[in-house]
Design a protein around this ligand. Structure first.
Ligand SMILES: [Zn+2]
Length: 90
């Protein structure tokens, strides 16, 4: 399987580390404890297209949001999790 890193191009999956589901949104700091528990511990096991965090550990060391189909492992897109700042070393 290959991941299309927006910075490095198409690279082997062995260069990346999977870091989990990219869809949960962190609740407000003063939010309910149950919401924080769900954010930290509860995950779905989706079938089909899913957004995931991957870290390009043996490449540019950027965090990516990768859209992957969990049935076919097709990766139709990948983007940087956060935009680069001017002057950032890569
Ligand atoms: Zn990269």
């Amino acid at each position: 399987m290959r991941i299309p890193c927006p910075y490095c191009g198409s690279r082997d999956i062995g260069e990346f580390v999977y870091r989990g589901d990219a869809s949960p949104v962190r609740p407000a700091a003063d939010g309910a404890e149950a919401a924080m528990f769900a954010y930290v511990y509860l995950r779905d096991n989706p079938m089909g297209r899913h957004e995931e965090h991957w870290y390009h550990t043996q490449g540019c060391r950027n965090w990516l949001v990768v859209t992957r189909d969990t049935l076919t492992h097709e990766i139709p897109s990948a983007r940087l999790a956060a935009p680069l700042n001017a002057g950032d070393a890569v």
